[in-house]
Design a protein. Structure first.
Length: 126
């Protein structure tokens, strides 16, 4: 019985609904991004976008990506990239598979897009 309860707790369903990334950051209060930081989870290095044209291109490529809650919400370790969108002092932070403690998969896969942008940016350690 304890094992069943433990398994249910580890794979507890979330009441999160599938949403586009744009819906998620707008709900968090980010109306206009004036800075975007991408951090590599394997090195810890961060790269920052402040050029409006590059930020608009990046957001246009990821805004419509759907974040769909994973059935298995068991805690995970590590991440590939963390992205922070800034609107003045407000920030919306997410990893490619987790937002505010809820785990997601994305349709289409967000990884190749973020990976490409990260690799094209000059390194600015922060």
């Amino acid at each position: 019985m304890i094992l069943i309860v433990s398994l249910l707790a580890m794979t507890a369903c979330t009441d999160a609904e599938p949403q586009s990334l744009e819906e998620l950051y707008l709900e968090a209060g980010i109306q206009t991004a004036d800075k975007i930081t991408i951090q590599d989870g394997s090195t810890g290095y961060s790269k920052t976008l402040v050029d409006k044209e590059k930020m608009d291109g990046f957001l246009a490529s990821i805004d419509d990506i759907m974040f769909i809650p994973e059935a298995d919400q068991e805690k995970r370790e590590g991440w590939r990239y963390s992205v922070s969108l800034f609107d003045g002092e407000e920030a919306f932070n997410f990893t490619l598979n987790e937002i505010e403690g809820t785990y997601y998969y994305t349709e289409p896969d967000i990884f190749p897009i973020v990976d490409r942008y990260y690799k094209e940016l000059e390194l600015s350690e922060q």
